[in-house]
Design a protein around this ligand. Structure first.
Ligand SMILES: C[S@@+](CC[C@H](N)C(=O)[O-])C[C@H]1O[C@@H](n2cnc3c(N)ncnc32)[C@H](O)[C@@H]1O
Length: 214
């Protein structure tokens, strides 16, 4: 069996079990963190790498248009089912973070949750997100990140096989990447994803803004 086929099979399996794997973290507080973060969304909103749609139920009425991108077809299948059930007006698109098929300044809000660990090039993704945001527009982010504890960071660097198969890099210094992007970090809180393996626990959650026009 080719390694590409193994990766495809594993990703299909990951999409199948994703909600079940996440359930303990969601019920132990992550779902509440999503809700608090997404309460800040307003206007035309794009979520990058929406997965199975765990954020969907949390978008407030201030969101006037909701676009969800998801390049993994197995995740996207589940996402479409959840959209049909709870947010039928949302648009689902197969698009990669670094190539969003929208003109400049199309959105008021962009959302990434646990995605910048997975995209091939986080700098390119953030540059593209900044491009599609309107001046003054906001990125809402929640990401698991590189630990400041050197021993844990060394374990994150080793990336167990399952993380390699799903394309997750738990060792990324994502706050530095956001800080050096065209966006300005407004608020950030350091916390922990509950009930997950230690290499996935260090978390940042916050907002970053594109400078207003003029
Ligand atoms: C750990 S899951 C997070 C899903 C969801 N955002 C959540 O909070 O549950 C990572 C997601 O990033 C997506 N992803 C991976 N590479 C991507 C890329 N280049 N552009 C956009 N999304 C990507 C994956 O398909 C997957 O759905």
């Amino acid at each position: 069996m080719t390694s590409e086929r193994v990766i495809t099979m594993f990703r299909r399996f990951f999409a199948l079990v994703y909600d079940r794997i996440n359930q303990p973290a969601e019920t132990a507080g992550l779902s509440q963190e999503r809700q608090k973060l997404l309460a800040r969304a307003s206007g035309e909103t794009i979520e990058i790498g929406a997965g199975t749609g765990l954020n969907l139920a949390h978008y407030p009425a201030t969101v006037t248009r909701l676009v969800l991108t998801e390049p993994d077809r197995h995740m996207a299948g589940r996402l479409r089912r959840r959209v049909a059930a709870i947010r039928p007006d949302a648009e689902v698109l197969d698009a990669a973070a670094a190539q969003l098929p929208f003109p400049d300044a199309s959105f008021d809000t962009a959302v990434v949750t646990f995605v910048l660990c997975s995209v091939p090039d986080p700098d390119a993704a953030l540059t593209e997100i900044a491009r599609v945001l309107r001046p003054g527009g906001r990125l809402l982010f929640a990401e698991h990140v590189r630990s400041e504890d050197l021993a844990l960071a060394a374990r994150q660097d080793r990336r167990p096989l399952t993380y390699k198969l799903i394309g997750c890099h738990p060792n990324r210094a994502t706050l530095d990447t956001i800080t050096s992007s065209p966006l300005q970090v407004e608020e950030v809180r350091h916390g922990e994803v509950p009930k997950v393996p230690s290499i996935e626990r260090p978390m940042i959650i916050g907002t970053a803004r594109l400078a207003p026009a003029g």
